[in-house]
Write a protein that binds this ligand. Structure first.
Ligand code: FES
Ligand code: MG
Length: 574
């Protein structure tokens, strides 16, 4: 190899500067030979006890290091921010861009030739991919793997999905608080991220579909020995990728994103993937639009029968053959760009050509799919969402996909929660619950509050679903007939801000429309009266966020972070 690696600007330097770069590293016990020009590989580890889904990544990093040493590289592990979904307030999504910014700068500022990205929980995977796309040094992802299936009283219970179910059981009086305490332990039996097809599993699969992690890597449970095998393999592979100069810009192409969109449809993936893929594409300089998701997904049946839309969990998906089977079936049905290059240096088709399915109930065939083509996540338009909204049909109720009802409007999710147990709440099964103030700028951070629980009165009456409309997001583990990501958001004066209780709203998913049945003159009058809510944020990160966050249809990235910035750092520190 004749190319001089970028780490030589540090470790190959002579004189005072070189001494500083090497000497301090040697305090860790590294011998002088590690500075001989071999590829220096960063291992970005988002392990944290505050992000329980990522807590085990230190052990994954050890396996990566073995592989890097084995292939003749010099591995250096470094910690990154970890956006834990369950603890962070007001929402981990507020911090995805901060993490992406941090990881980007850490990669660029340090003497790295390539990087292994260790992620797990929902936002950590997209944040790291956004960073890698902007720096464009060779990068490979290893997600931490899903938890083992939850087990409670003889049934499989899924992270997240069963939180909603248990809450309904509790509210309906069919479960006690003590039973819930017991069940919450049963849902979290091991290390790993949510084992439903929530956002973490979805993003792990999409990292693989994009070509950014090794084939088969997404599905191995966090505690499976093969999780560590695949991590070691990734360590070996990144050294080769540096030698081949195989960078994200060659992998994250328009074709790769189209593959990811179609794979997302086939796995019944999270609606959050739409926002994250738009953000990653924005970093990679790939033109991707919200409508691409509807158009490309329409031809794709849902093959994977996993919660929240279906029955099984990630462990079952793994044992059935994992994502390689899904991708092979899509390629055989001519639904993927088979030639896209991946981190293996080979095409998608080469990677998955040998995949075999061991359970056709978990991963169904294209000819007999779990759900037919066209029933995946739909993109809606209309006078209530001029820049789009989305609905996950597979998680919705068939009878509500075409529905007209009277709006009951809440300015915040908290306003709704304050009254949802009220037995006198003016609501019936046809009411459309409108929750606003949950967009990127308004909340801020676009939290997962859209699938508010049904009013207790309706649950007790046996109602299992109602139409909800919101400018926020929904957990990838959630379900219900919920219209999400309404854009522009209400805090910007989008039409959602103008809806009043009593207005009629028509949802027509087959025709992809969402209509506020109020005439334009009346809406103009309301718009003239509307006043933008005053932001309480004057300083700090949240101020930066509210000033620069883009809307959901652009991935809710910061305006100033879109695009690639490369890895050049012209000036020295000493
Ligand atoms: Fe971390 Fe679900 S909460 S993956
Ligand atoms: Mg989530």
């Amino acid at each position: 190899m004749t190319r001089v690696l970028r780490s030589r600007a540090w470790f190959g330097a002579t004189g005072r500067a070189g001494m500083v770069y090497r000497s301090w590293m040697r305090s860790q016990g590294f011998g002088a030979e590690v500075f001989d020009g071999r590829p220096v590989i960063g291992i970005a580890t988002s392990a944290s006890e505050l992000a329980p889904c990522n807590a085990h990544l230190g052990r994954v990093a050890e396996a990566v290091k073995r592989g890097v040493w084995q292939a003749g590289g010099f591995p250096l592990e470094f910690p990154t921010m970890a956006t834990g979904e369950t603890l962070m307030r007001p929402t981990a999504m507020l911090y995805r861009n901060l993490m992406a910014m941090e990881v980007e700068e850490l990669i660029r500022a340090n003497p790295l030739d390539g990087v292994v990205l260790l992620s797990g929980c929902d936002k950590t995977t997209p944040a790291m991919l956004m960073a890698a796309a902007s720096v464009d040094l060779p990068a490979i992802m290893v997600t931490g793997g899903p938890k083992l299936n939850g087990k409670y009283r003889g049934i499989d219970v899924g992270s997240g999905t069963h939180v909603w179910k248990f809450e309904e059981e509790l509210k309906a009086g069919r479960m006690t608080q003590e039973e819930c305490f017991f069940a919450e332990g049963c849902m979290a039996r091991s290390d790993g991220h949510c084992m439903t097809m929530g956002t973490a599993s979805t993003m792990a699969c999409l990292a693989e579909a994009l070509g950014m992690q090794l084939p088969g890597s997404a599905a191995w449970p966090a505690v499976d020995t093969r999780r560590f095998e695949t991590a070691q393999e990734a360590g070996k592979r990144i050294v080769a990728m540096v030698n081949e100069d195989l960078r994200p810009s060659r992998i994250l192409t328009r074709d790769a994103f189209e593959n990811a969109i179609r794979v997302n449809a086939a796995i019944g993936g999270s609606t959050n993937a739409i926002i994250h893929l738009l953000a990653i594409a924005g970093r990679a300089g790939v033109e991707l639009r919200l409508d691409d998701f509807d158009r490309l997904a329409r031809a794709v049946p849902t093959l994977v029968d996993l919660m929240p839309s279906g029955r099984f969990l990630m462990e079952d998906f793994c044992y059935a053959g994992g994502l390689e089977v899904v991708m092979k079936r899509l390629i055989d049905a001519d639904l993927l760009h088979a030639g896209s290059i991946t981190v293996t240096g080979k095409s998608v088709a080469d990677n998955v050509g040998g995949a075999e399915c061991w359970n056709n109930e978990v991963i169904t065939k294209v000819e007999e799919p779990f759900q037919p083509a066209g029933t995946g996540t739909a993109v809606l338009r209309g006078n209530l969402c001029p820049d789009g909204a989305v609905i996950k049909q597979s998680a919705a109720s068939e009878h509500l996909l075409t529905h007209r009802g009277r709006a009951l409007v809440f300015d915040t999710a908290e306003d709704y929660h304050a009254v949802c147990d009220d037995p006198d709440l003016d609501v019936d099964a046809d009411t459309v619950l409108v929750i606003r103030g949950a967009g990127p700028k308004g909340y801020p951070g676009m939290p997962e509050v859209s699938n508010v629980p049904l009013p207790t009165k309706m649950i007790k009456a046996g109602v299992t679903d109602m139409v909800r409309i919101c400018d926020g997001r929904m957990s990838g583990t959630g379900y219900g007939t919920v219209v999400l990501h309404v854009t522009p958001e209400s805090a910007l004066g989008g039409p959602l801000a103008l809806v009043r209780t009593g207005d009629e709203i028509t949802l027509d998913v087959p025709s992809r429309t969402l209509t506020l049945e109020v005439d334009d003159d009346e809406l103009d009058r309301r718009r003239a009266e509307w006043k933008a809510p005053e932001s309480p944020y004057r300083s700090g990160y949240t101020w930066l966020y509210t000033e620069h966050v883009l809307q959901a249809d652009q991935g809710a990235d910061f305006d100033f972070l879109r695009g690639q910035r490369g890895h050049a750092v012209p000036r020295d520190s000493h």
